[in-house]
Ligand binder design. Sequence first.
Ligand code: 8YV
Length: 331
Amino acid sequence: VKKKPLVVVTRKLPDSIETRMRELFDARINLDDTPMSTEQLAEAARTADVLVPTVTDHISADIVNQPDCKLRLIANFGNGVDNIDVQAAHARGITVTNTPKVLTEDTADMTMALILAVPRRMIEGASILTEGKPWAGWSPTWMLGHRIGGKRLGIIGMGRIGQAVARRARAFGLQIHYHNRRPVAPVIAEELGATYWESLDQMLARMDIISVNCPHTPATYHLLSARRLKLIRKDAYIVNTARGEVTDEDTLIKLIEGGEIAGAGLDVYEHEPAVNPKLVRLAKAGKVTLMPHMGSATIEGRVEMGEKVIINIRTFLDAHKPPDRVLPSML
Ligand code: 8YV
């Protein structure tokens, strides 16, 4: 019998996915579900044919450049590949794949939820009741937020997720603006009623709500730099469901603390899983809404991500091009 390929999976996955992986491969799954150490990852790269990491595993150049690295495929369980040195892997002849499309709608839902939650003070309001704070009853002037309809939404990154956010936001009456490396196809811009801003600076200065929906790459690291964050209006909000590294988090915090930006809805952080205690203070003051990286956290989505990982591994092992190959030129 042919030996099954050794597939190391760094985190616990949905049961149905684990079962299928065990049928198909010699699957070694890290069942204690805590992130593997750098040494464990390095060892996995020396013994496994395929590695299935997640956002919590940093697959560095050091790992793939080990002289006895055996890996042939890194099949990321996740859309963003900023946890992997794709360039280094590619140079070593290691294929990298991701799980696009299946988490687009879930992530856009979370984004839209934050776009609604922050200006409408939803978490602040809910916590009044759940924390048992006194409530004197309805009042005409109490807990007022800001209307969503009619406001300008500026989307940074108009890929699949950005477009799915635009579709939702349009249904809520927001005006859609976006910045992207290049404009989307006219037919899509028309469907979304979206206005393109070649200059991110100019767009930032004019938006009521800004949504970060671009990947984290060397080119987008601190795209929302201190200088750019200062262009944002005092009464504007920022939502980030992409990656914390895209914004200069310390400056964002300072600007919100100083009343220079109205507030933020964050699902991602610059030093995950660490959350800056100042953000927690701002959350308690009702200025920000914080989610623990849950954009794609649906049962359906995680199963579909797992199915994609399996398809990528199988096509690769069958000596075909896996459908979700990530090349350095795509980043
Ligand atoms: C995933 C994500 O849950 O896919 C992504 O890029 O940010 C998350 O939604 C996580 O990355 C899995 O590795």
